[in-house]
Write a protein that binds this ligand. Structure first.
Ligand code: GCW
Length: 683
């Protein structure tokens, strides 16, 4: 059959005959608690479908407890009512217990969603030919595990466009409305559920006010209905100015009574259409978006306006983005620094947010760069729940035309120890809510799937989406183990396939860093345009503040306290001291924190400029090997996906050379320092 990618890692491909023989599954499926829109009902159907595909067995599905050999799925409560005693289970929200014995499988969720997650876990084992007996509890690391779509309602043809989307237009919007046929939306929810994701914001943070008109409110109700059977709750992005632009009020001042009333009314209507509404995401006073500062109110006033409007209707939350900065700063001021913005804006607001507000923080202080230090804001919000914002869509990282497996980057961030109050303070323990005792905390990732049947426009890019869910569930999971699971599920269990994809993927982020922007200089791409391809000359001389301050002699941002922008002082003292001192700053962040001559020696003994030249050659050389490595799987996977991946890898190999030469030439011309190996400037 053609493999267009629509089922991604949920193909349920038939196992080879000899492997299938070793499988013993019970004779029937019992899905307790099952109305037709409930996740447990979904779980029963999905399990039936999966086992039919994987093992060629057609098991009956019922909703009444049965004697004899069965797979029983349900919540703890449903089990207690119908199926008798369970062991004492330490289940947290959305968690599950999975017990597999040869003639009896029990999948017990703390709630219905948990039961569905346990079912997907069981199916993942079967699909990988893993028939071991197990009995364990699995709980998510954090309650919030969401995706963000940056989908617009305007059209680029038949469907809405997607900001920084690289896989075709929106599956949600068309012609200013919500699409009629929501098949792709429920398929998306199925993928999300299979990796433990429980919420989605469907429209761009640069939000269109027309989403709140009455036709579209009803449409939102349909989206929520399509995703609910998969345990996925829907939220939306709001435009702060809606009371003025849509409601025709004279102001959007968050403390004005008419504005408060207007939002209360919107919240009520939203709740009518979407009774389990998940919440709102707000980008305010950022990149020309309106916000409370426009009315001389604080960002907390703005967030609390929405928090109070939604409060009476359930447990919806406000995700208030910390991506607030001035994009017209002046580079002639040595102390100006966009990286300082989030802490400057939010530090004093800790404790001022209502308890249903969460601050959503991008992993680094600038913007999804190939290498950034952790955002220091994670160390400052002790009385406010925080969510880390990651990006599956590869905005700055090759836009899915380059293979870049992101979990090693994410884990570098999540494992970083902020040492708040000299106590261990790993980022992953802050965003799980543990470190500061927050009930609401977790993960959001910009995913931006589109109508392309491969979802992200690239089959290999889907490992990032899969891994995102797995890491949000359990951030200590091993990135290679996740990748191997994904590969087996997506392409099959042949060792050559697994080894090939693992090797290329694990080489890909370091290679990309090497040929795009190393030593913490950031992604040297076209930062005022599409964020694609090399353009080192675009970094400086504009208000965006992604500066390198490169001149004929020196390069890097001086972010020290003693002589620079003071940014390093935003970290807790031990971390601040490490970054303040050039000797203790790791090489891979050297130019992020320090302005140095090109001849500065690194810990490796090389000069900065020679490292640049070498790294760009090394990184591009690794990308050159990808097409050849991929050839090893020819014939082991279907020709359609083989060819599509081969095409992209071939392109990446070429584009890496373009990157290498563009950047090396640029710094050679600027510094006039020769490459010791005589390569640069000679091609
Ligand atoms: O990364 C930048 C993007 C913008 C985006 C913005 C944000 C949605 O270039 O396209 O806008 O960040 O995160 O708000």
């Amino acid at each position: 059959a053609a493999e267009n990618g629509i089922d991604a890692w949920l193909r349920y491909a038939t196992l080879p005959c000899d492997v299938r023989k070793a499988a013993s599954v019970p004779a029937q499926i019992v899905a307790l608690n099952g109305t037709e829109t409930s996740p447990v009902y979904t779980a029963g159907q999905e399990l039936h479908k999966g086992i039919r595909g994987i093992l060629h067995k057609d098991l009956p599905v019922t909703n009444t407890p049965a004697n004899g050999s069965s797979i029983t799925i349900g919540t703890v409560d449903a089990f207690a009512k119908t199926s008798g005693a369970l062991p004492e289970l330490d289940l947290k929200g959305d968690g599950f217990w999975l017990s597999i014995k040869n003639d009896s499988v029990q999948i017990v969720g703390q709630n219905e969603r948990g039961a569905l997650y346990g079912t997907f876990q069981y199916l993942s084992m079967l699909a990988q030919g893993n028939f071991t007996e197990v009995a364990y509890v699995s709980n998510p690391s954090a309650p919030i595990r969401w995706v963000n779509q940056w989908d617009n309602m305007d059209d680029t043809g038949t469907h809405g466009s997607i900001e920084r989307g690289y896989a075709g237009p929106s599956i949600f919007f068309a012609k200013g409305l919500i699409v009629e046929d929501l098949t792709r939306v429920s398929q998306y929810a199925r993928l999300m559920a299979s990796i433990g994701l429980n919420g989605i914001v469907v429209n761009n943070v640069n939000a269109n006010v027309n989403l709140l008109n009455s036709t579209n409110m009803a449409g939102l109700g349909r989206i929520a209905d399509a995703m609910r059977p998969w345990g996925v709750r829907m939220g939306i992005s709001l435009n702060f100015d809606s009371p003025r632009t849509l409601g025709k009020l004279t102001t959007a001042d968050p403390l004005d009574q008419s504005v408060i009333d207007w939002w209360d009314d919107i919240a009520t209507k939203l709740h009518d259409h979407v009774p389990d509404f998940a919440g709102v995401l707000v980008k305010a006073n950022s990149e020309s978006q309106p916000g409370p500062l426009t009315y001389n109110r604080t960002l907390a006033d703005g967030a609390n306006l929405f928090a109070r409007a939604i409060k009476p209707h359930g447990d919806a939350i406000v995700m208030f983005r910390a991506f607030v900065y001035d994009n017209k700063i002046n580079q002639t001021n040595w102390k100006a620094d966009r990286a300082n913005a989030a802490v400057d804006f939010f530090r004093d607001l800790d404790g001022k947010f209502d308890d249903n507000v969460i601050v959503q923080i991008k992993y680094g202080p600038i913007d999804f760069q190939v290498r950034e230090p952790v955002s220091p804001l994670f160390a400052h919000l002790e009385q406010t729940g925080t969510v880390i914002e990651l990006q599956v869509t590869q905005e700055y990282l090759g836009q899915q035309c380059h293979l870049v497996y992101l979990p090693p980057l994410w884990k570098t961030i999540l494992n970083f120890d902020m040492k708040v109050d000299n106590q261990p303070s790993l980022v992953r323990d802050i965003v799980s809510g543990e470190r500061f005792n927050q009930k609401l905390a977790g993960y959001a990732a910009v995913v931006n799937v589109g109508t392309n049947t491969s979802w992200l426009g690239s089959h290999l890019a889907m490992s990032n989406f899969y891994a995102y869910g797995r890491l949000a569930w359990e951030p200590t999971s091993d990135d290679v183990a996740i990748l191997e699971d994904w590969t087996r599920l997506t392409f099959g269990s042949d060792r050559t396939i697994i080894d090939t994809i693992t090797k290329m993927s694990m080489e890909s982020w370091p290679a990309h860093e090497n040929y795009t922007g190393n030593l913490g200089i950031q992604s040297l791409t076209d930062i005022t345009g599409p964020h694609y391809g090399p353009k080192p000359q675009s970094q400086d001389g504009n208000g965006w503040g992604q500066w390198t301050r490169a001149d004929a002699k020196s390069i890097g941002m001086d972010r020290t306290v003693w002589n620079g922008t003071g940014y390093s002082g935003q970290y807790p003292s031990e971390v601040a001291a490490m970054f303040e001192d050039i000797e203790t700053t790791p090489d891979d962040l050297l130019l992020w924190f320090h302005h140095v001559p090109y001849t500065q020696k690194l810990k490796s003994g090389k000069t900065v400029i020679q490292h640049f030249y070498d790294a760009h050659y090394d990184g591009a050389a690794v990308a050159q090997t990808f097409p050849k490595q991929w050839e090893a799987v020819k014939g082991l996977i279907d020709a359609e996906r083989y060819d599509e991946v081969a095409f992209r890898l071939e392109y990446q190999a070429g584009h890496a050379l373009v990157w290498r030469d563009a950047i090396n030439d640029f710094y050679f011309n600027m510094s006039s320092i020769k490459d010791e190996q005589g390569r640069v400037g000679n091609h």
